[in-house]
Design a protein. Structure first.
Length: 127
C-alpha cells in the first residue's frame, strides 16, 4: 500500500508482457529529453515541489516537449494498476477530476514499484 496526497492505494503487478510494453512506452516518452535535462535542477525542483514552495519553471518546461497522447497512454496504463478503496483507478472516473498532480504522482509511484529492480540496476534509484 502506498499513500499519495492523502489517498491510500494498493498496487497490482503488471504481467511480464504489459510491464515490458509499458517500459518501452516510458522510454519512448522520456528518451528525447534525458540528454537535455539538468538532473541537479530536476532534483532541486523536486525538493521544491515536495516542500510546497513552488516548482522551478525550468523543470516543468520540458513537459511542453511531451507527446500528449503517449503521456496519457502511459499515465493511464500505470494508474490502472492501482486501486483506491478496492476500486481500480481510472482516468475516466470523475472522482479524480481536478486531481492531476495526484494522478501523476501515483503514476510515478507505480512505475517506481514496478521497475525498481531495473532502476536500481541502472543506478537511477537508491534503496
Amino acid at each position: 500500500m502506498i499513500e499519495v496526497n492523502g489517498y491510500e492505494f494498493t498496487i497490482r503487478k503488471f504481467s511480464a508482457y504489459d510491464s515490458l510494453k509499458t517500459l518501452g512506452k516510458i522510454s519512448k516518452l522520456l528518451a528525447p529529453m534525458i540528454g537535455s535535462i539538468d538532473m541537479k535542477k530536476v532534483m532541486e525542483a523536486k525538493d521544491n515541489i515536495e516542500e510546497g514552495s513552488g516548482a522551478d519553471l525550468g523543470f516543468l518546461s520540458f513537459l511542453g516537449d511531451l507527446d500528449e497522447n503517449l503521456l496519457m497512454e502511459v499515465v493511464e496504463k500505470l494508474v490502472e494498476r492501482a486501486t483506491h478503496n478496492g476500486v481500480p483507478v481510472s482516468l475516466n472516473d470523475t472522482q479524480w477530476t481536478d486531481k492531476t498532480l495526484t494522478l501523476v504522482k501515483l503514476a510515478v509511484e507505480v512505475a517506481k514499484e514496478e521497475y525498481s529492480d531495473f532502476l536500481l540496476e541502472l543506478g537511477l534509484m537508491s534503496q
